[in-house]
Design a protein around this ligand. Structure first.
Ligand code: SF4
Length: 411
Protein backbone atom coordinates (compact mmCIF):
# COMPACT_ATOMS: atom_id res chain seq x y z
CA UNK A 1 0.00 0.00 0.00
CA UNK A 2 1.23 3.51 -0.80
CA UNK A 3 3.03 5.26 2.05
CA UNK A 4 1.03 8.49 1.74
CA UNK A 5 -2.11 6.49 1.96
CA UNK A 6 -1.06 4.84 5.21
CA UNK A 7 -0.04 8.15 6.73
CA UNK A 8 -3.36 9.77 6.02
CA UNK A 9 -5.85 6.99 6.34
CA UNK A 10 -4.96 4.53 9.02
CA UNK A 11 -5.66 4.58 12.75
CA UNK A 12 -6.97 8.10 12.92
CA UNK A 13 -8.56 9.77 15.84
CA UNK A 14 -12.07 10.69 14.65
CA UNK A 15 -11.44 14.35 15.32
CA UNK A 16 -8.43 14.33 13.01
CA UNK A 17 -8.40 15.78 9.52
CA UNK A 18 -7.58 13.34 6.75
CA UNK A 19 -5.96 14.99 3.75
CA UNK A 20 -5.62 13.57 0.25
CA UNK A 21 -2.02 12.81 -0.72
CA UNK A 22 -0.34 14.46 -3.75
CA UNK A 23 -2.98 17.23 -3.98
CA UNK A 24 -1.92 20.87 -3.81
CA UNK A 25 -3.70 24.15 -3.35
CA UNK A 26 -2.75 27.76 -2.70
CA UNK A 27 -5.01 30.56 -3.89
CA UNK A 28 -3.55 31.92 -7.14
CA UNK A 29 -5.52 35.19 -6.84
CA UNK A 30 -6.94 34.61 -10.32
CA UNK A 31 -10.38 35.69 -9.00
CA UNK A 32 -12.05 33.13 -11.28
CA UNK A 33 -14.18 31.90 -8.37
CA UNK A 34 -15.42 35.51 -7.92
CA UNK A 35 -16.93 35.46 -11.43
CA UNK A 36 -19.67 33.68 -13.26
CA UNK A 37 -21.54 31.61 -10.69
CA UNK A 38 -23.80 32.80 -7.89
CA UNK A 39 -21.93 32.76 -4.56
CA UNK A 40 -24.40 31.72 -1.85
CA UNK A 41 -24.71 34.05 1.09
CA UNK A 42 -26.22 33.46 4.51
CA UNK A 43 -28.27 36.13 6.25
CA UNK A 44 -25.52 36.56 8.79
CA UNK A 45 -22.96 37.10 5.96
CA UNK A 46 -25.27 39.77 4.52
CA UNK A 47 -25.65 41.47 7.92
CA UNK A 48 -21.89 41.62 8.47
CA UNK A 49 -21.26 43.07 5.00
CA UNK A 50 -24.01 45.68 5.46
CA UNK A 51 -22.66 46.66 8.91
CA UNK A 52 -19.11 46.89 7.57
CA UNK A 53 -20.18 49.15 4.70
CA UNK A 54 -22.68 51.12 6.81
CA UNK A 55 -25.47 50.39 4.31
CA UNK A 56 -28.72 48.49 4.33
CA UNK A 57 -28.98 45.01 2.85
CA UNK A 58 -31.52 46.12 0.28
CA UNK A 59 -29.18 48.92 -0.84
CA UNK A 60 -26.54 46.34 -1.54
CA UNK A 61 -28.76 44.38 -3.92
CA UNK A 62 -28.38 40.94 -2.44
CA UNK A 63 -30.19 38.67 -4.86
CA UNK A 64 -32.27 35.59 -4.12
CA UNK A 65 -31.04 32.28 -5.50
CA UNK A 66 -32.86 30.74 -8.45
CA UNK A 67 -33.34 27.49 -6.56
CA UNK A 68 -33.03 28.35 -2.92
CA UNK A 69 -34.59 25.01 -1.94
CA UNK A 70 -31.36 23.32 -3.05
CA UNK A 71 -29.29 24.85 -0.28
CA UNK A 72 -29.96 26.48 3.00
CA UNK A 73 -28.91 29.80 1.47
CA UNK A 74 -31.45 32.26 0.23
CA UNK A 75 -29.18 35.05 -0.99
CA UNK A 76 -26.33 35.45 -3.42
CA UNK A 77 -23.59 38.00 -3.74
CA UNK A 78 -24.46 40.84 -6.13
CA UNK A 79 -22.62 40.70 -9.45
CA UNK A 80 -21.89 43.34 -12.04
CA UNK A 81 -22.74 43.10 -15.75
CA UNK A 82 -19.59 41.06 -16.45
CA UNK A 83 -20.60 38.50 -13.84
CA UNK A 84 -17.95 39.58 -11.32
CA UNK A 85 -18.80 39.91 -7.64
CA UNK A 86 -19.34 43.57 -6.76
CA UNK A 87 -16.83 43.25 -3.92
CA UNK A 88 -14.01 42.28 -6.23
CA UNK A 89 -11.46 45.11 -6.40
CA UNK A 90 -9.91 46.40 -9.65
CA UNK A 91 -6.69 44.55 -8.81
CA UNK A 92 -8.68 41.28 -8.55
CA UNK A 93 -8.39 41.24 -4.76
CA UNK A 94 -11.40 40.91 -2.49
CA UNK A 95 -12.28 44.25 -0.89
CA UNK A 96 -13.80 42.41 2.08
CA UNK A 97 -10.67 40.43 2.80
CA UNK A 98 -9.22 41.10 6.26
CA UNK A 99 -12.22 43.23 7.28
CA UNK A 100 -13.89 42.41 10.61
CA UNK A 101 -17.16 43.29 12.33
CA UNK A 102 -17.37 42.42 16.03
CA UNK A 103 -14.25 40.28 15.64
CA UNK A 104 -15.93 38.24 12.90
CA UNK A 105 -14.53 38.22 9.36
CA UNK A 106 -16.75 40.17 6.95
CA UNK A 107 -15.88 37.94 4.00
CA UNK A 108 -18.75 35.51 3.35
CA UNK A 109 -18.17 32.11 4.89
CA UNK A 110 -18.51 30.39 1.50
CA UNK A 111 -15.65 32.48 0.12
CA UNK A 112 -13.51 31.75 3.18
CA UNK A 113 -14.14 28.00 2.91
CA UNK A 114 -13.74 27.64 -0.87
CA UNK A 115 -12.37 25.34 -2.28
CA UNK A 116 -12.34 23.10 0.79
CA UNK A 117 -15.00 20.55 1.65
CA UNK A 118 -15.26 18.25 4.65
CA UNK A 119 -16.99 14.95 5.20
CA UNK A 120 -17.46 13.40 8.62
CA UNK A 121 -16.79 9.69 8.49
CA UNK A 122 -16.46 7.17 11.30
CA UNK A 123 -12.67 7.27 10.81
CA UNK A 124 -12.07 10.99 10.55
CA UNK A 125 -12.98 14.26 8.88
CA UNK A 126 -12.09 13.82 5.23
CA UNK A 127 -10.95 16.94 3.44
CA UNK A 128 -11.52 17.50 -0.26
CA UNK A 129 -11.05 20.42 -2.61
CA UNK A 130 -13.26 21.63 -5.45
CA UNK A 131 -11.96 21.51 -9.00
CA UNK A 132 -13.90 24.72 -9.60
CA UNK A 133 -10.69 26.33 -8.31
CA UNK A 134 -7.99 27.27 -10.83
CA UNK A 135 -5.20 26.43 -8.38
CA UNK A 136 -6.67 22.97 -7.72
CA UNK A 137 -7.01 22.33 -11.47
CA UNK A 138 -3.40 23.35 -11.96
CA UNK A 139 -2.24 21.58 -8.76
CA UNK A 140 -0.23 24.60 -7.67
CA UNK A 141 0.77 25.63 -4.17
CA UNK A 142 1.66 23.58 -1.14
CA UNK A 143 0.54 20.04 -0.56
CA UNK A 144 -2.69 19.94 1.41
CA UNK A 145 -0.85 17.86 3.98
CA UNK A 146 1.34 20.93 4.65
CA UNK A 147 -1.55 23.26 5.50
CA UNK A 148 -1.13 24.22 9.17
CA UNK A 149 -3.70 22.48 11.34
CA UNK A 150 -4.84 25.74 12.96
CA UNK A 151 -5.64 27.12 9.50
CA UNK A 152 -7.59 23.99 8.61
CA UNK A 153 -9.45 24.25 11.91
CA UNK A 154 -10.35 27.85 11.17
CA UNK A 155 -11.69 26.92 7.72
CA UNK A 156 -13.51 23.97 9.21
CA UNK A 157 -15.20 26.19 11.82
CA UNK A 158 -16.51 28.41 9.02
CA UNK A 159 -17.66 25.35 7.12
CA UNK A 160 -19.59 24.23 10.19
CA UNK A 161 -21.18 27.66 10.42
CA UNK A 162 -22.31 27.24 6.80
CA UNK A 163 -23.98 23.92 7.47
CA UNK A 164 -24.59 23.32 11.14
CA UNK A 165 -26.32 20.00 10.47
CA UNK A 166 -23.62 18.38 8.32
CA UNK A 167 -21.85 16.53 11.13
CA UNK A 168 -25.13 15.35 12.62
CA UNK A 169 -26.39 14.10 9.24
CA UNK A 170 -23.20 12.13 8.63
CA UNK A 171 -23.23 10.64 12.09
CA UNK A 172 -26.81 9.47 11.69
CA UNK A 173 -26.17 8.15 8.19
CA UNK A 174 -23.21 6.02 9.23
CA UNK A 175 -24.86 4.93 12.48
CA UNK A 176 -27.78 3.60 10.43
CA UNK A 177 -25.31 1.64 8.23
CA UNK A 178 -27.00 3.24 5.22
CA UNK A 179 -24.31 2.58 2.61
CA UNK A 180 -25.15 0.25 -0.27
CA UNK A 181 -23.05 -1.71 -2.73
CA UNK A 182 -25.85 -1.52 -5.28
CA UNK A 183 -29.33 -0.30 -4.50
CA UNK A 184 -30.87 -2.57 -1.89
CA UNK A 185 -27.63 -4.39 -1.01
CA UNK A 186 -26.15 -3.10 2.26
CA UNK A 187 -22.48 -2.20 2.42
CA UNK A 188 -21.19 -2.04 6.00
CA UNK A 189 -18.84 0.91 6.45
CA UNK A 190 -15.90 -1.37 7.34
CA UNK A 191 -16.30 -3.15 3.98
CA UNK A 192 -16.75 0.14 2.13
CA UNK A 193 -13.54 1.46 3.72
CA UNK A 194 -11.65 -1.66 2.66
CA UNK A 195 -12.89 -1.49 -0.94
CA UNK A 196 -12.42 2.27 -1.15
CA UNK A 197 -8.88 1.96 0.17
CA UNK A 198 -8.03 -0.61 -2.52
CA UNK A 199 -9.30 1.70 -5.24
CA UNK A 200 -7.61 4.73 -3.73
CA UNK A 201 -4.33 2.88 -3.48
CA UNK A 202 -4.47 2.30 -7.27
CA UNK A 203 -5.03 6.02 -7.82
CA UNK A 204 -2.27 7.13 -5.46
CA UNK A 205 0.24 4.77 -7.06
CA UNK A 206 -0.69 5.88 -10.56
CA UNK A 207 -0.72 9.58 -9.70
CA UNK A 208 2.89 9.19 -8.60
CA UNK A 209 4.22 7.16 -11.54
CA UNK A 210 5.14 8.23 -15.06
CA UNK A 211 3.73 5.25 -17.01
CA UNK A 212 0.33 5.67 -15.47
CA UNK A 213 -2.93 3.94 -16.20
CA UNK A 214 -5.69 6.47 -16.77
CA UNK A 215 -8.65 7.11 -14.49
CA UNK A 216 -11.13 5.40 -16.83
CA UNK A 217 -9.21 2.15 -16.82
CA UNK A 218 -8.69 2.27 -13.05
CA UNK A 219 -12.36 2.81 -12.24
CA UNK A 220 -13.66 0.44 -14.91
CA UNK A 221 -11.20 -2.26 -13.82
CA UNK A 222 -12.22 -1.82 -10.21
CA UNK A 223 -15.93 -2.00 -11.04
CA UNK A 224 -15.33 -5.21 -12.93
CA UNK A 225 -13.60 -6.61 -9.85
CA UNK A 226 -16.61 -5.59 -7.76
CA UNK A 227 -18.98 -7.33 -10.15
CA UNK A 228 -17.06 -10.53 -9.50
CA UNK A 229 -17.79 -10.34 -5.78
CA UNK A 230 -20.03 -13.23 -4.76
CA UNK A 231 -22.73 -10.84 -3.63
CA UNK A 232 -22.85 -9.14 -7.01
CA UNK A 233 -22.21 -11.93 -9.44
CA UNK A 234 -25.86 -12.89 -9.26
CA UNK A 235 -27.22 -12.28 -12.77
CA UNK A 236 -30.40 -10.72 -11.47
CA UNK A 237 -28.55 -7.41 -11.25
CA UNK A 238 -27.94 -7.28 -14.99
CA UNK A 239 -30.20 -4.65 -16.55
CA UNK A 240 -30.67 -6.84 -19.63
CA UNK A 241 -32.35 -9.43 -17.42
CA UNK A 242 -35.03 -7.03 -16.32
CA UNK A 243 -38.44 -7.82 -17.78
CA UNK A 244 -39.51 -5.35 -20.43
CA UNK A 245 -36.08 -3.75 -20.72
CA UNK A 246 -35.24 -3.74 -24.42
CA UNK A 247 -32.42 -1.21 -24.52
CA UNK A 248 -29.48 -1.88 -26.73
CA UNK A 249 -26.57 -1.65 -24.30
CA UNK A 250 -24.45 0.69 -26.41
CA UNK A 251 -27.42 2.88 -27.20
CA UNK A 252 -28.09 3.18 -23.51
CA UNK A 253 -24.41 3.99 -22.89
CA UNK A 254 -24.67 6.83 -25.36
CA UNK A 255 -27.94 8.10 -23.99
CA UNK A 256 -26.50 8.02 -20.52
CA UNK A 257 -23.42 9.96 -21.58
CA UNK A 258 -25.66 12.38 -23.44
CA UNK A 259 -27.80 12.92 -20.38
CA UNK A 260 -24.78 13.48 -18.18
CA UNK A 261 -23.29 15.95 -20.68
CA UNK A 262 -26.57 17.80 -20.73
CA UNK A 263 -26.66 17.77 -16.95
CA UNK A 264 -23.12 18.81 -16.15
CA UNK A 265 -22.01 20.72 -19.20
CA UNK A 266 -25.08 22.73 -20.09
CA UNK A 267 -24.36 24.95 -23.08
CA UNK A 268 -26.27 27.75 -21.43
CA UNK A 269 -23.70 27.85 -18.62
CA UNK A 270 -23.86 27.46 -14.90
CA UNK A 271 -26.35 29.68 -13.09
CA UNK A 272 -28.49 30.39 -16.14
CA UNK A 273 -29.95 26.94 -16.48
CA UNK A 274 -29.13 25.61 -13.04
CA UNK A 275 -30.78 22.27 -12.34
CA UNK A 276 -30.00 21.13 -8.81
CA UNK A 277 -32.41 18.20 -8.82
CA UNK A 278 -31.10 16.56 -11.96
CA UNK A 279 -34.34 16.93 -13.91
CA UNK A 280 -32.41 17.68 -17.08
CA UNK A 281 -30.55 14.44 -16.59
CA UNK A 282 -33.82 12.56 -16.70
CA UNK A 283 -34.91 14.45 -19.81
CA UNK A 284 -31.47 14.22 -21.36
CA UNK A 285 -31.43 10.46 -21.51
CA UNK A 286 -34.59 10.59 -23.56
CA UNK A 287 -32.99 12.87 -26.13
CA UNK A 288 -31.04 11.93 -29.21
CA UNK A 289 -27.32 11.32 -29.09
CA UNK A 290 -25.10 14.28 -28.65
CA UNK A 291 -21.88 14.90 -30.54
CA UNK A 292 -18.45 15.43 -29.09
CA UNK A 293 -18.46 19.00 -30.38
CA UNK A 294 -21.16 19.81 -27.90
CA UNK A 295 -19.17 19.32 -24.76
CA UNK A 296 -17.62 22.45 -23.40
CA UNK A 297 -17.77 24.35 -26.69
CA UNK A 298 -19.71 27.20 -25.14
CA UNK A 299 -17.18 27.89 -22.43
CA UNK A 300 -14.52 29.37 -24.66
CA UNK A 301 -14.04 33.02 -23.95
CA UNK A 302 -14.98 32.82 -20.28
CA UNK A 303 -12.80 34.49 -17.68
CA UNK A 304 -10.83 31.32 -16.99
CA UNK A 305 -7.37 31.23 -18.50
CA UNK A 306 -4.56 28.79 -18.11
CA UNK A 307 -0.99 29.05 -19.22
CA UNK A 308 -0.36 27.95 -22.80
CA UNK A 309 2.29 25.51 -21.62
CA UNK A 310 -0.60 23.64 -20.01
CA UNK A 311 -2.02 22.75 -23.41
CA UNK A 312 1.02 21.09 -24.89
CA UNK A 313 0.70 17.57 -23.64
CA UNK A 314 -2.30 15.26 -23.90
CA UNK A 315 -1.14 13.46 -20.77
CA UNK A 316 -1.97 16.59 -18.80
CA UNK A 317 -5.62 15.73 -19.26
CA UNK A 318 -4.97 12.27 -17.82
CA UNK A 319 -3.11 13.82 -14.87
CA UNK A 320 -5.98 16.20 -14.23
CA UNK A 321 -8.64 13.49 -14.36
CA UNK A 322 -6.56 11.16 -12.21
CA UNK A 323 -6.23 13.85 -9.54
CA UNK A 324 -9.90 14.67 -9.82
CA UNK A 325 -10.94 11.07 -9.16
CA UNK A 326 -8.33 10.70 -6.43
CA UNK A 327 -9.88 13.61 -4.53
CA UNK A 328 -13.40 12.23 -4.97
CA UNK A 329 -12.38 8.75 -3.86
CA UNK A 330 -10.18 9.91 -1.00
CA UNK A 331 -12.84 12.31 0.26
CA UNK A 332 -15.59 9.66 -0.14
CA UNK A 333 -17.59 12.16 -2.17
CA UNK A 334 -18.75 10.02 -5.05
CA UNK A 335 -21.37 7.92 -3.22
CA UNK A 336 -23.20 7.62 0.08
CA UNK A 337 -23.65 10.72 2.19
CA UNK A 338 -20.77 12.33 0.30
CA UNK A 339 -22.71 12.42 -2.95
CA UNK A 340 -26.40 11.90 -3.52
CA UNK A 341 -26.55 8.85 -1.25
CA UNK A 342 -25.88 6.76 -4.34
CA UNK A 343 -24.71 3.18 -3.89
CA UNK A 344 -20.99 2.59 -4.33
CA UNK A 345 -21.52 0.99 -7.74
CA UNK A 346 -23.78 3.79 -9.00
CA UNK A 347 -21.39 6.41 -7.59
CA UNK A 348 -18.43 4.82 -9.36
CA UNK A 349 -20.43 4.43 -12.58
CA UNK A 350 -21.40 8.09 -12.44
CA UNK A 351 -17.80 9.16 -11.85
CA UNK A 352 -16.63 6.87 -14.66
CA UNK A 353 -19.08 8.40 -17.13
CA UNK A 354 -18.04 11.94 -16.23
CA UNK A 355 -14.40 11.08 -16.84
CA UNK A 356 -15.21 9.27 -20.11
CA UNK A 357 -17.09 12.35 -21.28
CA UNK A 358 -14.22 14.68 -20.54
CA UNK A 359 -11.58 12.37 -21.91
CA UNK A 360 -13.39 11.43 -25.10
CA UNK A 361 -14.63 14.90 -25.88
CA UNK A 362 -11.66 15.68 -28.10
CA UNK A 363 -11.31 19.00 -26.30
CA UNK A 364 -8.08 20.81 -25.54
CA UNK A 365 -6.71 20.75 -22.04
CA UNK A 366 -8.05 24.28 -21.66
CA UNK A 367 -11.62 23.25 -22.49
CA UNK A 368 -11.45 20.07 -20.43
CA UNK A 369 -10.28 22.17 -17.48
CA UNK A 370 -13.06 24.64 -17.94
CA UNK A 371 -15.70 21.93 -18.33
CA UNK A 372 -14.38 20.23 -15.21
CA UNK A 373 -14.51 23.50 -13.27
CA UNK A 374 -18.15 23.99 -14.16
CA UNK A 375 -19.00 20.35 -13.65
CA UNK A 376 -17.56 20.36 -10.15
CA UNK A 377 -19.34 23.58 -9.27
CA UNK A 378 -22.61 21.93 -10.35
CA UNK A 379 -21.82 18.68 -8.53
CA UNK A 380 -21.18 20.60 -5.32
CA UNK A 381 -24.71 21.97 -5.46
CA UNK A 382 -26.44 18.82 -6.65
CA UNK A 383 -29.22 17.24 -4.67
CA UNK A 384 -30.60 14.35 -6.68
CA UNK A 385 -34.27 13.70 -6.19
CA UNK A 386 -35.53 10.17 -5.63
CA UNK A 387 -36.43 9.48 -9.28
CA UNK A 388 -33.09 10.64 -10.54
CA UNK A 389 -31.24 8.55 -7.96
CA UNK A 390 -33.29 5.49 -8.88
CA UNK A 391 -32.53 6.04 -12.54
CA UNK A 392 -28.80 6.21 -11.90
CA UNK A 393 -28.96 3.05 -9.83
CA UNK A 394 -30.72 1.24 -12.68
CA UNK A 395 -28.32 2.54 -15.32
CA UNK A 396 -25.33 1.28 -13.46
CA UNK A 397 -26.74 -2.18 -13.00
CA UNK A 398 -25.12 -3.30 -16.24
CA UNK A 399 -21.94 -5.15 -15.27
CA UNK A 400 -20.60 -4.81 -18.82
CA UNK A 401 -20.91 -1.02 -19.07
CA UNK A 402 -17.51 -0.28 -17.45
CA UNK A 403 -15.80 -2.59 -19.95
CA UNK A 404 -17.61 -0.96 -22.89
CA UNK A 405 -16.72 2.53 -21.70
CA UNK A 406 -13.14 1.45 -21.12
CA UNK A 407 -13.04 0.14 -24.68
CA UNK A 408 -14.54 3.31 -26.11
CA UNK A 409 -12.04 5.30 -24.07
CA UNK A 410 -9.15 3.37 -25.60
CA UNK A 411 -10.17 4.11 -29.21
S1 SF4 B 1 -16.80 38.43 -1.50
FE1 SF4 B 1 -14.66 38.56 -2.09
S2 SF4 B 1 -13.93 36.42 -2.23
FE2 SF4 B 1 -16.19 36.38 -2.21
S3 SF4 B 1 -16.77 36.33 -4.41
FE3 SF4 B 1 -16.74 38.49 -3.74
S4 SF4 B 1 -14.70 39.23 -4.24
FE4 SF4 B 1 -14.62 36.99 -4.29
Amino acid sequence: MHEGFIIYCMDLDPSQFCLPPTIRFACSLCAACCHQWPVPLSHSDADRIAAHLGRSRSDLGFAGLHHDQSTRFSLTLPRDASGACRFLGPDKSCTLHDAYVDDLPVKPAMCAVFPYGFLHCPDGIFVSVSFASTAVIQNTGSLLSEVPVDRLEMIYRQYQALDTQAAKRSKEYFAAESMELVSGLALPFAEFRQLNNLLLDDFVKNAACSSKIDAVQLIAGFMQRLWRLDRLSNAKYGLAKWPGCAFEPQQLDNLLLSGLADRYMPNTGFGVDFDPYGLKLVRGVQDALTTNDYVGREYRGSSYTASHEDFQSGSKIDDLLLRYCLVKIYGRIYCGIGFGELSMMAGLGHLLCLVVLLKNSGLSYEDVSQSLRLMDAILTNTLYDRDCRSMLEIFFLDPDRPARLKYSNAR
